[in-house]
Design a protein around this ligand. Structure first.
Ligand SMILES: [Fe+2]
Ligand SMILES: [Fe+2]
Length: 150
């Protein structure tokens, strides 16, 4: 099934909504960590794992359905794709780093690092929605103008 640009856009935006909900949950468990609520580390570990799985699936999904659209959306297509690839590389590295964190060592430092991670990802998603995922970029009425040379 071929998806239109606006269908791809709403699909990806729905995933962002789900991811933001999980980031909210992470925020809540970070608050519990700070207050030393019993069981907080276990809950944080669980929500982080949920997020990592969902986010990696999201990156793959963007690369499968969004990337090919973005390439020829306009003259900046290749640059947009390059920016996305670069961002995804950094995000995968951050996810991998996060998964190696020993959550129960230095609680406050851990909370801070994960807060930074959450803040950065929220900013990335906002930025993506303003650029690659903006309705001006992912339009259904793209007209391809042939230029005849010679
Ligand atoms: Fe992305
Ligand atoms: Fe995204």
């Amino acid at each position: 099934m071929e998806l239109s640009a606006s269908q791809v856009r709403s699909l990806i935006l729905d995933e962002h909504t789900v991811l933001r909900d999980v980031l909210e949950e992470i925020d809540e468990t970070l608050g519990e960590m700070t207050r030393r609520v019993p069981g907080a580390i276990g809950r944080l570990r669980g929500t982080l794992r949920t997020f990592q799985d969902a986010f990696l699936r999201h990156l793959n999904h963007e690369e499968t359905v969004l990337r090919p659209l973005l390439v020829d959306v306009d003259a900046w297509g290749p640059a947009r794709v390059e920016a996305m690839d670069e961002e995804h590389r950094a995000q995968r590295a951050a996810i991998a780093e996060l998964s190696r964190l020993a959550l129960d060592q230095d609680l406050d430092a851990t909370v801070q690092r994960i807060e930074d991670f959450v803040r950065r990802l929220r900013a990335d998603m906002d930025g993506e929605e303003h650029h690659a995922l903006s309705p001006e970029v992912l339009r259904d009425d793209i007209i391809v103008i042939d230029t005849f040379m010679g």
